[in-house]
Ligand binder design. Structure first.
Ligand SMILES: Cc1cc2nc3c(=O)[nH]c(=O)nc-3n(C[C@H](O)[C@H](O)[C@H](O)COP(=O)(O)OP(=O)(O)OC[C@H]3O[C@@H](n4cnc5c(N)ncnc54)[C@H](O)[C@@H]3O)c2cc1C
Length: 339
């Protein structure tokens, strides 16, 4: 099968930061059978392969000199039903993540409700082990179907093989090697709410609480706090919450007793990056090209004028330098960079 490769394809509408980038080569993948010929074609033409989902966690170069595979594989299916109320479901990579959450909740399947309204597609969910309101994908992921570009073949990776941790995975560590085509999730007909985070705490103790209600609360909270990328281009949280040891936390707290931090199981502390940026005086501030920190949540980098990568990098470096000067802590960007 010869792939249908388009050239010089605009990506401006395909990334949530609104960077008007162009892909030198581009293929839309709607069937598994298209994948291997497209990857072989890229190798024959000495092009890197880049996988594009919903473009909501990407900082694009002006020209992406690569074969961009836009993952559009649709479909979902029930794979197993267990006596304890658990069900195993497969979702293909091109499904929209939020629609998947809504679908499962409407089916009476619980587990994903805290992850509602995260932009992007299913195939990208394991890449940074998406998480919100105390739940991560890894809590429900059983395994991932991938095409391994290095071994040139199809593989099934169980969750333990995916090296999932906070905003990290095998797919980030070995970027470019795997194309995720489907994920398998274990969900439950028995509702065990996870309400230990932020505004969800107010729902604790409510009798007859349903997954639908939790999902609605998550959606309302996110809509009130996060900018809609279609109205104000952004890539969500731009920096990871830094992990520090106890000595570093105590050092910062001598000057900043209100430091927002969360104890981790491994003895480290997760600091709230948004709080650090806000205290460094950058909330609502921006550079000459309009790139800046969102006025309601400093962790979100916004790009209202759809400036290019250079302006985004300029603001990223400015934020990192200010936070390092103020707290002696380094911030690591969360999105992936296609340079
Ligand atoms: C407003 C907003 C809010 C957000 N909130 C959250 C949040 O609460 N929690 C959270 O974790 N994230 C959040 N994000 C980040 C983002 O939504 C997630 O990282 C999401 O999973 C990205 O999906 P995507 O399809 O847009 O991926 P893309 O941006 O298209 O790609 C991201 C990376 O994944 C790779 N990739 C994509 N698809 C595949 C595939 N099929 N196989 C292999 N690699 C692939 C890409 O090559 C790239 O490296 C938010 C973003 C925005 C804009």
């Amino acid at each position: 099968m010869t792939p249908t490769v388009s050239q010089k394809v605009p990506l401006g509408a395909l990334n949530s930061l609104g960077v008007s980038a162009t892909a030198s080569h581009f293929v839309e993948v709607t069937e598994r059978a298209q994948l291997q010929p497209a990857i072989d074609w890229a190798h024959q033409h000495e092009l890197d392969v880049r996988v594009l989902g919903g473009g909501s966690n990407l900082v694009l170069a002006q020209t992406v000199h690569a074969l961009v595979l836009a993952m559009r594989l649709p479909g979902r299916e029930q794979r197993a039903v267990y006596d304890n109320g658990d069900e195993l479901w497969r979702f293909n990579a091109g499904e929209t993540w939020h629609d998947t959450v809504v679908f499962t909740v409407e089916q009476g399947l619980c587990g994903l409700e805290n992850l509602a309204l995260i932009p992007g597609l299913v195939g990208a969910a394991p890449v940074q082990n998406i998480g919100a309101y105390g739940v991560e994908l890894s809590d429900h992921l059983v395994g991932v179907e991938v095409y391994d570009c290095q071994l040139k073949g199809w593989r099934y990776l169980h969750t333990a093989d995916c090296r999932l941790s906070y905003r990290d995975s095998l797919f980030k560590q070995e970027e470019g090697r795997f194309v995720i085509t489907a994920i398998d999730l274990l969900l439950s007909r028995i509702f065990s709410p996870r309400l230990d985070y932020g505004p969800l705490k107010s729902l604790a103790g409510q009798s007859g609480l349903t997954a639908q209600q939790v999902m609605e609360e998550v959606i309302a909270t996110r809509q009130s706090r996060l900018p809609d990328p279609t109205e104000l281009p952004n890539a969500g949280s731009f920096f990871k919450n830094p992990l520090v040891d106890t000595a570093t936390r105590e050092r910062i707290m001598t000057e900043w007793p209100n430091l927002v931090s969360f104890a981790q199981e491994d003895g480290l502390w997760k600091l709230a990056a948004g709080w650090l940026i806000e205290q460094a005086g950058l909330k609502g501030k921006h550079n000459a090209q309009g790139v800046g920190c969102y006025e309601k949540q400093a962790l979100v980098l916004v790009n209202p004028l759809r400036a290019g990568t250079a302006a985004i990098l300029d603001w990223q470096h400015h934020v990192q330098a200010r936070v390092e000067d103020t707290f002696g802590v380094q911030l690591e960007p969360e999105p992936r960079f296609w340079r």
